[in-house]
Design a protein. Structure first.
Ligand SMILES: NC(=O)c1ccc[n+]([C@@H]2O[C@H](COP(=O)([O-])OP(=O)(O)OC[C@H]3O[C@@H](n4cnc5c(N)ncnc54)[C@H](OP(=O)(O)O)[C@@H]3O)[C@@H](O)[C@H]2O)c1
Length: 261
């Protein structure tokens, strides 16, 4: 006799055994990895500098360079299942497209899109049961920005791909889940190298990781999209504000075109 199908909309969270963090060596990804380890999960940390994360800390560290096809094709993907897979790795670029060197353009595209998509294809195909994909996109996937067209375009592609993976993943393994997070500015100086930024008005990556982890652990629906934006209220600058659902992309011109007198 076949078992009655579990309703994926009300299914309880799975007992996950592992968490793989693509870009878990630094910043927000490392904060997420710390919480996965604290929850007792086998925690696989991927990144170019994985060798510098002490294994004595309890992480399973694996070198991965998302801009290098060989690395993407050969990095170890074995892990206990069911697993959380956090897609976090990234870098920022603030430059008009016409000033962007070809190597910068292909490098960022490999890092933010082609590399992780190829790596996820391998990693997701190897899952023998439900998986919970957690994508860290950005509010830049829908906000109006200046001199960030390539970064914003790649973040929007990451978010769109993630949404459209939901039916595929749930068809492959009932009970799979996807969480799409769009954070606003984080106090991660390494990410904004060379830019003058008031980090007092940015969100603390540890606090944001705690919010994400809490949402992920309690998710019962197949998909949720979450905005975690920093407050602009005087006296509360940098405080994370959580809201749910996708946002309509902002028009490129924020202000109405000034009328001539
Ligand atoms: N910081 C913000 O204000 C902000 C806001 C919204 C969204 N985000 C998004 O949040 C994510 C994490 O950013 P973060 O602020 O935590 O930055 P971060 O501290 O610079 O961390 C970036 C992570 O990506 C990994 N990475 C970079 N290049 C890589 C490569 N070629 N191959 C494999 N891994 C690579 C890094 O590891 P290795 O150096 O070891 O390779 C590191 O673990 C990014 O996707 C970013 O777009 C950030």
């Amino acid at each position: 006799m076949t078992q009655p199908e579990q309703n994926p909309h009300t299914a309880p969270p799975h007992t996950h055994r592992a968490a793989a963090v693509i870009g878990g060596t630094h910043g927000l990804g490392h904060q997420l990895a710390l919480r996965a380890r604290a929850a007792g999960l086998t925690t696989v940390v991927y990144g170019r500098s994985a060798d510098t994360v002490p294994t004595a800390t309890g992480f399973d560290t694996r070198r991965l360079d998302l801009t290098d096809l060989d690395s993407v094709r050969t990095a170890d993907i074995a892990m206990p299942t069911p697993a959380y897979v956090f897609w976090v790795a990234g870098a920022f670029l603030k430059k008009p497209l016409t000033d962007t060197e070809e190597a910068e353009l292909t490098g960022l595209t490999h890092l933010l899109f082609t590399g992780p998509v190829l790596f996820l294809r391998r990693l997701l195909a190897a899952q023998e049961g439900p998986v919970h994909l957690v994508t860290i996109a950005s509010s830049s996937s829908w906000k109006r920005r200046e001199r960030e067209s390539l970064y914003c375009g790649l973040k929007a592609a990451q978010a769109t791909l993630t949404r459209n993976l939901v039916p595929e993943l749930t068809a492959a393994h009932g009970g799979s889940r996807v969480t799409l997070i769009n954070p606003g500015g984080l106090a991660v100086p390494d990410f904004h190298t060379g830019l003058e930024i008031d980090y007092g008005h940015m969100m603390d990556p540890g606090e944001v990781a705690g919010i994400i982890w809490d949402l992920v652990r309690r998710q019962t629906a197949p998909f949720q999209e979450v905005q975690i934006l920093r407050s602009g209220v005087p006296g509360r600058e940098g405080v994370p504000e959580v809201s749910f659902g996708a946002r309509v992309p902002q028009p490129p011109q924020a202000e109405p075109i000034a009328r001539l007198p």
